[in-house]
Design a binder for this molecule. Structure first.
Ligand SMILES: [Zn+2]
Length: 327
């Protein structure tokens, strides 16, 4: 087993990556970070239990995680697509693409995640690598090789911190959806210099749980917009602010698009005791406020399929009483 680990440590350290001084800074030693970032995202998913068998789907969540890694070093206007590393990791001996039924493996078609999904079901690690990725000690060594080989010393703590945040927030999200509120213990990593702020773990874990329950749909206006590359229009909002109740249970959350989130926070929208949308009279009276919101008046809000996750009526009442603008 040890010999196999050494073999894969070497394989992880010798990924074929594009070098370009024009495109990449010294933070990545002037090489593309996409393959290491994809592998780090996959390792996080294995650690937090999202990937439990040897099959990696090019899912929305994986694309989102890949984007979050890229955002650590790329300027906001620089577009990255998970399709490139997902496809081109084929050049590494441990990654095998699985074409859609009836399709053949084709060369050079990784232009978008949408296209990638049309052509491939996903990918598989070599049979002898996956067990090593499931074991915490060998997974940590493989993760460290990725971080230390492809990233300069000054950015490594940021990447390691994000990895911990990614894993712990997913565990927190799972705990919110399964049992009562549980804060996961720190220390999933052996690196003592890595420190992740508890508030960020909470925040991202709450977000993951609520956005999943509402299936990325705004609970008030119903809009659902996902890009295959990993972007969504919705946020997770606390019905009663966390600062007042320290309650991250999904029944104190709703998924909201940017406009509804702003309107809800400003008291221009609320939800009645029958889960119908309320619009403040201020929206009708003020020509500067978005008039199309009026079409949502009295429409039932979108709720999770299981009633145990529906918004808590006391928290909704709090919002109507304390936040909603009645004039
Ligand atoms: Zn909305």
């Amino acid at each position: 087993m040890c010999g196999r680990l050494d073999y894969f440590l070497n394989a992880f350290a010798t990924l074929r990556t594009d070098g370009s001084r024009k495109n990449w800074t010294g933070l990545t030693y002037h090489r593309s970070p996409y393959k290491p970032f994809l592998l780090l995202a996959v390792l996080d998913f294995i650690e937090s239990g999202i990937i439990a068998r040897n099959f990696i789907e090019p899912s929305f969540e994986l694309a989102q995680s890949f984007q979050n890694y890229c955002a650590l070093i790329l300027p906001p206007d620089r577009k990255a697509s998970m399709s490139y590393p997902f496809y081109h990791l084929e050049s590494a001996a441990f990654w095998e693409l699985k074409p859609q039924p009836g399709l053949q493996h084709q060369r050079g078609l990784a232009i978008s995640v949408k296209r990638l999904r049309q052509l491939y079901l996903g990918a598989q690690f070599s049979e002898d690598l996956f067990p090593l990725l499931q074991m915490p000690s060998s997974r940590e060594k493989l993760r460290t090789v990725l971080i230390d080989t492809y990233f300069a010393a000054e950015i490594r703590p940021t990447i390691r911190e994000y990895s911990i945040l990614n894993c712990q927030s997913t565990l927190y999200s799972t705990s919110l959806l399964t049992t009562q509120e549980l804060l996961p213990a720190f220390g999933l990593t052996n690196n003592p210099s890595a420190h992740v702020d508890l508030a960020r773990v909470r925040d991202q874990g709450f977000r993951k749980a609520v956005v999943k329950l509402y299936d990325h749909r705004c609970s008030l206006c119903g809009i659902k917009m996902l890009t295959p590359e990993g972007h969504t229009i919705v946020d997770a909002a606390h019905i009663k602010p966390w600062s007042l109740c320290h309650n991250d249970h999904p029944t104190n959350g709703i998924a909201l698009c940017k406009l509804c989130h702003w309107s809800y926070d400003k008291g221009l929208m609320s939800i009645d005791q029958n889960y119908h949308v309320m619009i403040s009279p201020a929206v009708k009276n003020d020509p500067n406020l978005p008039g199309h919101m009026l079409t949502l008046l009295d429409r039932p809000m979108f709720r999770p399929s299981e009633s145990r996750y529906w918004p808590d009526l006391d928290n909704l009442a709090w919002h109507r009483r304390e936040k909603f603008s009645k004039r």
